[in-house]
Design a protein around this ligand. Structure first.
Ligand code: ADP
Ligand code: MG
Length: 388
Protein backbone atom coordinates (compact mmCIF):
# COMPACT_ATOMS: atom_id res chain seq x y z
CA UNK A 1 0.00 0.00 0.00
CA UNK A 2 1.32 3.41 -0.99
CA UNK A 3 0.87 6.66 0.91
CA UNK A 4 1.25 10.32 -0.03
CA UNK A 5 4.43 12.36 0.10
CA UNK A 6 3.15 14.53 2.97
CA UNK A 7 2.21 11.44 5.00
CA UNK A 8 5.62 9.85 4.40
CA UNK A 9 7.31 13.13 5.40
CA UNK A 10 5.28 13.24 8.59
CA UNK A 11 6.25 9.66 9.48
CA UNK A 12 9.92 10.03 8.57
CA UNK A 13 10.01 13.39 10.38
CA UNK A 14 8.80 11.67 13.54
CA UNK A 15 11.71 9.24 13.25
CA UNK A 16 14.20 12.10 12.83
CA UNK A 17 14.48 12.89 9.11
CA UNK A 18 14.61 16.68 8.54
CA UNK A 19 11.91 17.92 6.14
CA UNK A 20 10.79 21.41 5.05
CA UNK A 21 7.95 23.15 6.95
CA UNK A 22 4.63 22.94 5.18
CA UNK A 23 0.91 22.31 5.32
CA UNK A 24 -1.80 20.36 3.53
CA UNK A 25 -4.59 21.92 1.48
CA UNK A 26 -7.88 20.51 0.16
CA UNK A 27 -8.77 23.56 -1.96
CA UNK A 28 -7.03 26.45 -3.78
CA UNK A 29 -8.11 28.76 -0.95
CA UNK A 30 -6.40 26.54 1.58
CA UNK A 31 -3.28 26.59 -0.59
CA UNK A 32 -3.22 30.38 -0.38
CA UNK A 33 -3.77 30.13 3.38
CA UNK A 34 -0.92 27.63 3.82
CA UNK A 35 1.36 29.88 1.79
CA UNK A 36 0.59 32.79 4.14
CA UNK A 37 1.32 30.56 7.13
CA UNK A 38 4.83 29.92 5.86
CA UNK A 39 5.31 33.72 5.57
CA UNK A 40 8.67 33.87 3.78
CA UNK A 41 8.61 32.96 0.05
CA UNK A 42 9.19 31.40 -2.33
CA UNK A 43 6.96 28.36 -1.78
CA UNK A 44 6.58 25.02 -3.46
CA UNK A 45 3.10 23.77 -4.33
CA UNK A 46 2.99 20.01 -4.83
CA UNK A 47 0.19 17.78 -6.10
CA UNK A 48 -0.28 14.80 -3.81
CA UNK A 49 -0.73 11.71 -5.96
CA UNK A 50 0.67 8.23 -5.53
CA UNK A 51 3.35 8.63 -8.16
CA UNK A 52 6.81 10.01 -8.71
CA UNK A 53 7.71 12.14 -11.70
CA UNK A 54 5.22 14.83 -10.65
CA UNK A 55 7.77 17.58 -11.24
CA UNK A 56 8.18 16.71 -14.91
CA UNK A 57 4.43 16.28 -15.34
CA UNK A 58 3.66 19.79 -14.03
CA UNK A 59 2.53 18.73 -10.55
CA UNK A 60 5.22 20.65 -8.62
CA UNK A 61 5.72 24.42 -8.89
CA UNK A 62 7.73 27.06 -7.14
CA UNK A 63 5.50 30.10 -6.49
CA UNK A 64 6.46 33.54 -5.18
CA UNK A 65 3.16 34.83 -3.82
CA UNK A 66 -0.09 33.48 -2.39
CA UNK A 67 -1.93 34.72 -5.53
CA UNK A 68 0.40 32.77 -7.78
CA UNK A 69 0.04 29.66 -5.62
CA UNK A 70 -3.76 30.08 -5.55
CA UNK A 71 -3.91 30.39 -9.35
CA UNK A 72 -1.70 27.38 -9.92
CA UNK A 73 -3.63 25.30 -7.38
CA UNK A 74 -6.94 26.16 -9.07
CA UNK A 75 -5.68 24.28 -12.08
CA UNK A 76 -4.26 21.45 -10.04
CA UNK A 77 -7.32 20.44 -8.01
CA UNK A 78 -9.46 17.86 -9.80
CA UNK A 79 -6.85 17.44 -12.51
CA UNK A 80 -5.86 13.96 -13.66
CA UNK A 81 -2.08 14.07 -13.38
CA UNK A 82 -0.34 11.79 -15.85
CA UNK A 83 3.28 11.06 -15.06
CA UNK A 84 5.83 8.69 -16.52
CA UNK A 85 4.89 6.27 -13.75
CA UNK A 86 1.09 6.45 -13.99
CA UNK A 87 0.96 5.99 -17.75
CA UNK A 88 -2.20 6.87 -19.69
CA UNK A 89 -4.53 6.36 -16.73
CA UNK A 90 -3.45 9.29 -14.53
CA UNK A 91 -4.16 9.98 -10.87
CA UNK A 92 -6.65 12.57 -9.64
CA UNK A 93 -5.42 15.44 -7.51
CA UNK A 94 -7.53 16.09 -4.41
CA UNK A 95 -4.80 17.08 -1.96
CA UNK A 96 -2.01 19.60 -2.35
CA UNK A 97 1.00 20.06 -0.14
CA UNK A 98 2.59 23.49 0.28
CA UNK A 99 6.07 23.89 1.71
CA UNK A 100 8.87 26.38 1.92
CA UNK A 101 11.19 26.38 -1.09
CA UNK A 102 14.69 25.23 -0.37
CA UNK A 103 17.91 26.64 -1.69
CA UNK A 104 19.37 23.45 -3.21
CA UNK A 105 23.13 22.99 -3.53
CA UNK A 106 22.99 19.32 -4.45
CA UNK A 107 20.35 16.61 -4.99
CA UNK A 108 21.06 13.02 -3.95
CA UNK A 109 19.10 9.78 -4.05
CA UNK A 110 18.33 7.53 -1.06
CA UNK A 111 16.17 4.43 -1.06
CA UNK A 112 15.46 1.46 1.22
CA UNK A 113 14.05 -1.60 -0.51
CA UNK A 114 13.60 -5.27 0.16
CA UNK A 115 16.31 -7.21 -1.65
CA UNK A 116 14.79 -10.59 -2.38
CA UNK A 117 18.10 -12.14 -3.33
CA UNK A 118 19.77 -11.55 0.04
CA UNK A 119 16.38 -11.56 1.86
CA UNK A 120 17.40 -8.33 3.54
CA UNK A 121 16.71 -4.64 3.55
CA UNK A 122 19.00 -2.94 1.09
CA UNK A 123 19.99 0.71 0.96
CA UNK A 124 20.46 2.17 -2.48
CA UNK A 125 22.02 5.63 -2.69
CA UNK A 126 23.49 7.92 -5.28
CA UNK A 127 25.22 11.29 -5.46
CA UNK A 128 22.94 12.01 -8.41
CA UNK A 129 19.39 12.58 -7.21
CA UNK A 130 16.25 14.20 -8.56
CA UNK A 131 15.81 11.77 -11.45
CA UNK A 132 13.94 8.49 -11.08
CA UNK A 133 15.90 5.49 -9.87
CA UNK A 134 15.11 3.54 -13.05
CA UNK A 135 16.69 6.31 -15.10
CA UNK A 136 19.68 6.45 -12.75
CA UNK A 137 20.18 2.70 -13.01
CA UNK A 138 20.12 2.94 -16.77
CA UNK A 139 22.13 6.10 -17.38
CA UNK A 140 24.51 6.30 -14.43
CA UNK A 141 24.70 2.82 -12.92
CA UNK A 142 28.21 3.52 -11.61
CA UNK A 143 26.89 6.15 -9.22
CA UNK A 144 24.66 3.65 -7.39
CA UNK A 145 25.84 2.51 -3.98
CA UNK A 146 24.20 -0.59 -2.52
CA UNK A 147 24.42 -1.74 1.06
CA UNK A 148 22.71 -4.72 2.67
CA UNK A 149 21.56 -4.55 6.31
CA UNK A 150 22.05 -7.57 8.53
CA UNK A 151 18.76 -8.13 10.37
CA UNK A 152 20.57 -9.54 13.43
CA UNK A 153 22.34 -6.25 14.19
CA UNK A 154 20.39 -3.69 12.16
CA UNK A 155 22.05 -0.68 10.55
CA UNK A 156 25.33 -0.15 12.34
CA UNK A 157 27.22 3.13 12.64
CA UNK A 158 30.24 2.18 10.59
CA UNK A 159 27.99 1.19 7.66
CA UNK A 160 26.12 4.48 7.85
CA UNK A 161 29.43 6.37 8.01
CA UNK A 162 30.79 4.42 5.05
CA UNK A 163 27.73 5.34 3.03
CA UNK A 164 28.05 9.02 3.99
CA UNK A 165 31.67 8.99 2.84
CA UNK A 166 30.78 7.22 -0.39
CA UNK A 167 28.29 10.01 -1.11
CA UNK A 168 31.10 12.54 -0.68
CA UNK A 169 29.67 14.13 2.47
CA UNK A 170 31.87 15.82 5.02
CA UNK A 171 31.87 17.58 8.41
CA UNK A 172 28.49 17.82 10.17
CA UNK A 173 26.79 16.24 7.13
CA UNK A 174 28.21 12.86 8.18
CA UNK A 175 26.34 12.94 11.48
CA UNK A 176 23.19 14.22 9.76
CA UNK A 177 23.39 11.39 7.23
CA UNK A 178 23.74 8.79 9.98
CA UNK A 179 20.59 10.23 11.61
CA UNK A 180 18.68 10.12 8.31
CA UNK A 181 19.78 6.55 7.57
CA UNK A 182 18.90 5.27 11.02
CA UNK A 183 15.56 7.05 10.97
CA UNK A 184 14.63 5.55 7.61
CA UNK A 185 15.73 2.12 8.72
CA UNK A 186 13.69 2.31 11.94
CA UNK A 187 10.61 3.57 10.08
CA UNK A 188 11.04 0.81 7.52
CA UNK A 189 11.36 -2.05 9.94
CA UNK A 190 9.09 -0.84 12.74
CA UNK A 191 6.18 -0.07 10.42
CA UNK A 192 6.40 -3.06 8.05
CA UNK A 193 7.33 -0.90 5.08
CA UNK A 194 8.44 -2.41 1.80
CA UNK A 195 9.97 0.78 0.46
CA UNK A 196 11.25 4.12 1.71
CA UNK A 197 12.56 6.59 -0.84
CA UNK A 198 13.88 10.11 -0.42
CA UNK A 199 14.45 11.58 -3.84
CA UNK A 200 15.84 14.10 -3.67
CA UNK A 201 17.67 14.17 -0.38
CA UNK A 202 19.38 17.54 -0.75
CA UNK A 203 22.28 19.46 0.63
CA UNK A 204 20.98 22.98 1.21
CA UNK A 205 22.87 26.17 0.47
CA UNK A 206 23.74 26.26 4.18
CA UNK A 207 25.24 22.77 3.90
CA UNK A 208 22.55 20.78 5.74
CA UNK A 209 20.72 17.64 4.67
CA UNK A 210 16.98 17.93 3.97
CA UNK A 211 14.42 15.50 2.53
CA UNK A 212 12.51 17.34 -0.23
CA UNK A 213 10.47 14.34 -1.33
CA UNK A 214 9.45 11.14 0.42
CA UNK A 215 7.73 7.98 -0.61
CA UNK A 216 6.74 4.96 1.45
CA UNK A 217 5.02 1.68 0.63
CA UNK A 218 3.79 -0.86 3.15
CA UNK A 219 3.32 -4.59 3.24
CA UNK A 220 -0.40 -5.24 2.74
CA UNK A 221 -0.15 -8.49 4.67
CA UNK A 222 0.99 -6.62 7.78
CA UNK A 223 -1.68 -3.91 7.73
CA UNK A 224 -3.84 -5.87 10.17
CA UNK A 225 -1.34 -4.89 12.87
CA UNK A 226 -0.72 -1.33 11.62
CA UNK A 227 -4.08 0.40 11.95
CA UNK A 228 -2.35 3.80 12.01
CA UNK A 229 -0.86 3.07 8.57
CA UNK A 230 -4.08 1.59 7.19
CA UNK A 231 -5.77 4.86 8.18
CA UNK A 232 -3.53 6.64 5.64
CA UNK A 233 -4.94 4.64 2.73
CA UNK A 234 -6.31 6.85 -0.05
CA UNK A 235 -8.37 4.63 -2.34
CA UNK A 236 -8.85 7.51 -4.81
CA UNK A 237 -5.26 6.81 -5.82
CA UNK A 238 -5.73 3.10 -6.40
CA UNK A 239 -6.88 1.38 -9.56
CA UNK A 240 -10.65 1.60 -8.88
CA UNK A 241 -11.02 -2.01 -10.00
CA UNK A 242 -8.42 -3.18 -7.48
CA UNK A 243 -9.89 -1.05 -4.69
CA UNK A 244 -13.36 -2.64 -5.07
CA UNK A 245 -11.83 -6.14 -5.14
CA UNK A 246 -9.72 -5.57 -2.05
CA UNK A 247 -12.77 -4.20 -0.20
CA UNK A 248 -14.44 -7.55 -0.96
CA UNK A 249 -11.44 -9.62 0.09
CA UNK A 250 -10.57 -10.63 -3.48
CA UNK A 251 -7.10 -10.44 -5.00
CA UNK A 252 -7.37 -8.52 -8.26
CA UNK A 253 -4.75 -7.32 -10.71
CA UNK A 254 -5.80 -4.92 -13.47
CA UNK A 255 -4.19 -5.27 -16.90
CA UNK A 256 -4.77 -3.71 -20.30
CA UNK A 257 -6.42 -6.35 -22.50
CA UNK A 258 -10.06 -7.43 -22.87
CA UNK A 259 -10.27 -10.98 -21.47
CA UNK A 260 -11.45 -11.05 -17.86
CA UNK A 261 -10.02 -13.98 -15.90
CA UNK A 262 -11.50 -15.58 -12.80
CA UNK A 263 -9.13 -18.19 -11.45
CA UNK A 264 -7.92 -19.73 -8.20
CA UNK A 265 -4.32 -19.37 -7.16
CA UNK A 266 -1.54 -17.12 -8.46
CA UNK A 267 0.23 -19.96 -10.28
CA UNK A 268 -2.85 -20.83 -12.29
CA UNK A 269 -3.32 -17.12 -12.99
CA UNK A 270 0.16 -16.94 -14.52
CA UNK A 271 -0.42 -20.08 -16.57
CA UNK A 272 -3.80 -18.78 -17.76
CA UNK A 273 -2.31 -15.47 -18.86
CA UNK A 274 0.47 -17.26 -20.73
CA UNK A 275 -2.08 -19.42 -22.50
CA UNK A 276 -4.23 -16.42 -23.43
CA UNK A 277 -1.20 -14.67 -24.90
CA UNK A 278 -0.18 -17.82 -26.73
CA UNK A 279 -3.64 -17.94 -28.27
CA UNK A 280 -3.28 -14.35 -29.44
CA UNK A 281 -5.34 -12.60 -26.76
CA UNK A 282 -4.66 -10.08 -23.98
CA UNK A 283 -5.94 -10.44 -20.40
CA UNK A 284 -7.91 -7.48 -18.98
CA UNK A 285 -7.19 -8.60 -15.43
CA UNK A 286 -7.06 -11.60 -13.23
CA UNK A 287 -9.09 -12.15 -10.16
CA UNK A 288 -8.07 -14.81 -7.69
CA UNK A 289 -11.08 -16.19 -5.82
CA UNK A 290 -8.83 -18.15 -3.47
CA UNK A 291 -9.81 -21.47 -1.90
CA UNK A 292 -13.25 -22.72 -0.82
CA UNK A 293 -15.07 -19.97 -2.73
CA UNK A 294 -18.84 -19.87 -2.17
CA UNK A 295 -21.29 -19.19 -5.02
CA UNK A 296 -21.74 -15.67 -3.60
CA UNK A 297 -18.04 -15.05 -3.74
CA UNK A 298 -17.89 -16.22 -7.36
CA UNK A 299 -20.79 -13.91 -8.20
CA UNK A 300 -18.95 -11.02 -6.52
CA UNK A 301 -15.90 -11.91 -8.61
CA UNK A 302 -18.01 -11.55 -11.77
CA UNK A 303 -19.30 -8.19 -10.56
CA UNK A 304 -15.73 -6.99 -10.01
CA UNK A 305 -14.44 -8.23 -13.36
CA UNK A 306 -17.44 -6.69 -15.14
CA UNK A 307 -16.75 -3.28 -13.61
CA UNK A 308 -13.93 -3.02 -16.15
CA UNK A 309 -15.51 -1.62 -19.33
CA UNK A 310 -12.85 -3.24 -21.51
CA UNK A 311 -13.85 -6.80 -20.68
CA UNK A 312 -15.44 -8.53 -23.69
CA UNK A 313 -15.35 -12.15 -22.47
CA UNK A 314 -14.91 -13.82 -19.08
CA UNK A 315 -12.76 -16.88 -18.74
CA UNK A 316 -13.34 -18.92 -15.58
CA UNK A 317 -10.48 -21.30 -15.05
CA UNK A 318 -10.66 -23.33 -11.85
CA UNK A 319 -8.54 -26.24 -10.81
CA UNK A 320 -10.43 -27.25 -7.71
CA UNK A 321 -8.68 -28.77 -4.73
CA UNK A 322 -10.17 -27.00 -1.74
CA UNK A 323 -12.63 -25.32 -4.08
CA UNK A 324 -15.69 -27.20 -5.33
CA UNK A 325 -16.63 -27.05 -9.00
CA UNK A 326 -20.35 -27.30 -8.12
CA UNK A 327 -20.12 -24.14 -5.99
CA UNK A 328 -18.23 -22.37 -8.76
CA UNK A 329 -20.88 -23.43 -11.28
CA UNK A 330 -23.65 -22.21 -8.98
CA UNK A 331 -21.81 -18.90 -8.70
CA UNK A 332 -21.64 -18.57 -12.49
CA UNK A 333 -25.37 -19.25 -12.82
CA UNK A 334 -26.06 -16.75 -10.04
CA UNK A 335 -23.97 -14.15 -11.87
CA UNK A 336 -26.07 -14.66 -15.01
CA UNK A 337 -29.25 -14.22 -13.01
CA UNK A 338 -28.16 -11.20 -11.00
CA UNK A 339 -25.83 -9.26 -13.26
CA UNK A 340 -27.53 -9.21 -16.66
CA UNK A 341 -24.49 -10.69 -18.36
CA UNK A 342 -24.23 -9.68 -22.00
CA UNK A 343 -20.79 -11.04 -22.82
CA UNK A 344 -19.75 -14.65 -23.40
CA UNK A 345 -18.43 -16.81 -20.57
CA UNK A 346 -15.96 -19.64 -21.04
CA UNK A 347 -15.61 -22.07 -18.16
CA UNK A 348 -13.05 -24.73 -17.54
CA UNK A 349 -13.79 -26.55 -14.32
CA UNK A 350 -11.47 -29.30 -13.24
CA UNK A 351 -10.93 -31.18 -9.96
CA UNK A 352 -13.24 -31.62 -6.96
CA UNK A 353 -16.87 -32.23 -8.01
CA UNK A 354 -16.15 -31.39 -11.63
CA UNK A 355 -18.95 -33.58 -12.98
CA UNK A 356 -21.47 -31.96 -10.64
CA UNK A 357 -20.19 -28.55 -11.71
CA UNK A 358 -20.47 -29.29 -15.42
CA UNK A 359 -23.96 -30.69 -14.88
CA UNK A 360 -25.10 -27.51 -13.21
CA UNK A 361 -23.84 -25.47 -16.15
CA UNK A 362 -25.48 -27.83 -18.67
CA UNK A 363 -28.82 -27.92 -16.83
CA UNK A 364 -28.93 -24.15 -16.47
CA UNK A 365 -29.72 -23.79 -20.15
CA UNK A 366 -27.38 -20.80 -20.28
CA UNK A 367 -25.01 -20.30 -23.16
CA UNK A 368 -21.84 -21.01 -21.23
CA UNK A 369 -18.97 -22.35 -23.29
CA UNK A 370 -17.09 -25.12 -21.56
CA UNK A 371 -13.62 -26.45 -22.18
CA UNK A 372 -11.71 -29.50 -20.94
CA UNK A 373 -8.17 -28.16 -20.88
CA UNK A 374 -6.56 -24.81 -20.14
CA UNK A 375 -5.28 -24.48 -23.71
CA UNK A 376 -8.73 -25.16 -25.10
CA UNK A 377 -10.30 -22.64 -22.71
CA UNK A 378 -7.86 -19.90 -23.68
CA UNK A 379 -8.37 -20.52 -27.41
CA UNK A 380 -12.12 -20.48 -26.95
CA UNK A 381 -11.99 -17.22 -24.98
CA UNK A 382 -9.94 -15.56 -27.70
CA UNK A 383 -12.27 -16.91 -30.39
CA UNK A 384 -15.58 -15.81 -28.84
CA UNK A 385 -14.73 -12.38 -27.52
CA UNK A 386 -17.00 -9.66 -28.75
CA UNK A 387 -14.89 -6.71 -29.67
CA UNK A 388 -16.96 -3.59 -29.29
P1 ADP B 1 8.58 14.10 -8.00
O1 ADP B 1 9.65 13.16 -7.59
O2 ADP B 1 7.22 13.46 -7.96
O3 ADP B 1 8.85 14.77 -9.31
P2 ADP B 1 9.61 15.94 -6.00
O4 ADP B 1 9.02 16.22 -4.68
O5 ADP B 1 10.84 15.13 -6.01
O6 ADP B 1 8.48 15.28 -6.92
O7 ADP B 1 9.87 17.33 -6.71
C1 ADP B 1 10.48 17.42 -7.97
C2 ADP B 1 11.62 18.40 -7.91
O8 ADP B 1 11.16 19.65 -7.46
C3 ADP B 1 12.71 18.00 -6.94
O9 ADP B 1 13.67 17.15 -7.54
C4 ADP B 1 13.29 19.33 -6.54
O10 ADP B 1 14.27 19.74 -7.49
C5 ADP B 1 12.12 20.28 -6.64
N1 ADP B 1 11.57 20.52 -5.29
C6 ADP B 1 10.69 19.74 -4.63
N2 ADP B 1 10.44 20.24 -3.41
C7 ADP B 1 11.15 21.36 -3.28
C8 ADP B 1 11.35 22.34 -2.26
N3 ADP B 1 10.71 22.27 -1.08
N4 ADP B 1 12.21 23.36 -2.52
C9 ADP B 1 12.84 23.44 -3.67
N5 ADP B 1 12.71 22.58 -4.67
C10 ADP B 1 11.88 21.54 -4.51
MG1 MG C 1 10.99 13.01 -6.16
Amino acid sequence: MDIHEYQAKEILGRFGVPTPCGGLAWSPEQVAYQVRQIKEGPFVVKAQVHSGGRGEAGGVKVCKTDEEAHLYAKNLFGMELRTKQTGARGKDVYRVWVEEATDIAKEMYLGFVLDRKSERIMIVASKEGGVEIEQLAEEQPDTLIRMVIDPAVGLVDYQARELAFALGLSGPQIGQMITVLKACHSAYSELDATMVEINPLVITGAGDLLALDAKMSFDKNALYRRPEILALRDSSQEDPREAVASDNGLAYVGLNGDIGCIINGAGLAMATMDMIKLSGGEPANFLDIGGGASPDRVCQAFRTVLSDQNVSVILVNIFAGINRCDWIAEGIVQAYEQLDLKIPVVARLSGTNENEGRNILRMSGLEIKTAETLAEAAELAVAVRTIA
